[in-house]
Ligand binder design. Sequence first.
Ligand code: COA
Length: 376
Amino acid sequence: MMFKVQISGTGLYTPKEKISNEELVDSYNKYVDEYNLSNSSDINNGSLEPLEKSSSEFIEKASGVKSRYVQNKSGILDTSFMRPRLIERSEDQISNLAEMGVIAAKEAIKNSQVDIKDINAVIVACSNLERAYPAIAIEIQNELGIEGFAFDMNVACSSATFGIQAIFDMIKSGSITSALMVNPEICTGHLNFKDRDCHFIFGDVATAVVLERMNGEIHKNNSYEILGTKLLTEFSNNIRNNYGFLNNSSPEGIGKSDKLFHQNGRKVFKEVIPKVSNLIKDHLEENRLSAEDLKGMYLHQANENMNVLISKYVLGKEASRDLAPVVLDEYANTSSAGSIIAFHKYSNSLKKDDLAIICSFGAGYSVGNVIVRKIA
Ligand code: COA
C-alpha cells in the first residue's frame, strides 16, 4: 500500500546581520586599491594584472541581488580578512549549522502542529557541512528530542528537493510516517570575497520542512499534498569547490582559491536554463498537468534573469512576481534554501486545490522539481 504525503509546515531562520551591495562593493574596492598599491611595481612592469573594481549596478543588473543576510558582517567587510569570522566552538557547544537549523526546525514543527514524538527521521540537506561527522542531522535530532534516525546529504543547491524526494519515498512506502528536513546554509563560508566575478552571489539562512503521511480526510491548515517529484543530475565542472578531507594530504593546495566556490557563470546560465525548463515541462506532462494551472512557481533563487527565462519557457509568457516570487533580491543565493524561502513566504496566498512547484538547480549539475497541491 502506498501512502499519500503532505508538507505540513515550513520554517525560516534569517540572520540578524545584513550587507547591501553598496557596502560589499565599498569593501571590495578598498581591497582592490590596497592590492594594486602593494603590488604596484609588478603591475607597472607588466608582470601582474591590476585588479578591477566591482560595481553595485552591475551586480543588481546581472543577478537581481540587492543585499544578503550574513552570520558575520564585520569579518566579511574587513579587507584584511574578507570572510565571516565565526569563533571556533568547543565539542560541547552546539555547532553553527545545528544552531540555525534548530531555529528554522522549531518554526516548521510549530506550523505543522506535528507532535515531536511522531517525527521518525531528520535529514539535513544542504551544500556545505561544517564537519565530517557526527552528522549535523543527528545533532539537530538530539537538540529537538526526536526519536528514530538522522543523516546529512549534499546535492549542492538542489539538496532540498532531493531531500524532499528521499522523505516522500520513505513516507509513501510506509517505512516512516513523518520527517523533518533542515537546510542550514552558511554560504558566505565558501564564498571567495576577493573574486570580483562572484563575491556578491551568496547569503546565509536556514529553512526547514515537515513532511507527514496524510491522514484520510483530516487536513491540517496550510498543508500541501506532494503529487510527485522528479530529479536529474549531469556532471559538470562549471560550478565547483575542491575543499575536502583529502586537502590535508595535498598541503601544496591548501588555501588556494579552488578550495572555495568558483564557477563559469555564463556557461551555467546558458546550460542550466533548458535543463530546468524541460524537466519542469516533462514532469507536469507526466502528471497530466498543464503549466497554465500553476498558481505558484517557487524557483531556486540564484539569478533573477535566469528565473524569468525559465518561467517564460515553461509558461510561454513571463511570470508575474505573484506567480514566481523573488527572494534573492533580499537574501541573495542561499543555495538549497532559496526555493524553500520563496515557498515559506509566499505559498500562504495559494487557495485550496491550487497547484504549485518547488524547483531547484545548481552544482552537479543537479535539478529537482516537486509538484504540490494545496489541500487546506
Ligand atoms: N562588477 C563589475 N563588472 C563585473 C563584475 C563586477 N563584480 N563581475 C564581472 N564583471 C564584468 C566582467 O568583467 C565582464 O566584462 P567584459 O564584458 O568587459 O568582459 C562583464 O561584467 C560580464 O561578465 P560575466 O561574467 O559574463 O557576467 P554575467 O552577465 O554572466 O553575470 C553572473 C555573472 C554570475 C551573475 C551570471 O553569470 C550568473 O548568475 N550565472 C548563473 C550562475 C548560477 O546560477 N550559479 C549557480 C550557483 S549555485
